[in-house]
Design a protein around this ligand. Structure first.
Ligand SMILES: [Zn+2]
Length: 147
């Protein structure tokens, strides 16, 4: 029995696609960039030409960012709150700044992961099962059952 054909640049697992999205790489090929601006994905991958304008991440990336920010900075906020040396104003300034910085730092990776998840699952405009192209040989290969 022959092993299934795979292209080495395409992810074979959901976690690989999501990690590529977190890093801001194209979830499909990892060669191109996923974002043209801070939170604006490119319309098409420069390497594999995957259409990324089909995503509908909407409010899910901010939800993920805020959720993670709360859990990550909670221990710091508790430690600051137990300090007797800081004034209330200083504690509020530290907490607000820390929360804003951590939330903004997580926002783009959360959006990349969301787009990768939608692509993997074939949600919204992405072709259902489109990621399975990774397991088919390229079209035009002689003897290929896919044409
Ligand atoms: Zn690509």
């Amino acid at each position: 029995m022959l092993a299934p054909l795979t292209r080495p640049d395409l992810p074979t697992k959901l976690t690989a696609a999501i990690l590529r999205g977190i890093k801001g790489e194209c979830p499909r090929c990892s060669k191109g960039r996923l974002f043209g601006k801070f939170l604006k994905p490119v319309s098409h991958c420069s390497a594999c030409h995957q259409d990324w304008s089909l995503h509908q991440a909407d409010d899910f990336p901010p939800y993920i960012s805020i959720f993670l920010t709360g859990h990550l900075i909670a221990p710091v906020l508790i430690a600051i709150g137990m300090s007797k040396a800081l004034s209330m104003g200083a504690m509020i300034a530290i907490a607000m700044t820390l929360a804003a910085v951590v939330m903004l730092a997580l926002l783009q990776p959360a959006k990349g992961a969301t787009i990768a998840l939608q692509w993997w699952l074939g949600m919204h405009g992405f072709k259902p099962g489109g990621r399975n192209e990774a397991h088919a040989p390229p079209k035009g290969v002689p003897g290929s059952p896919w044409g």
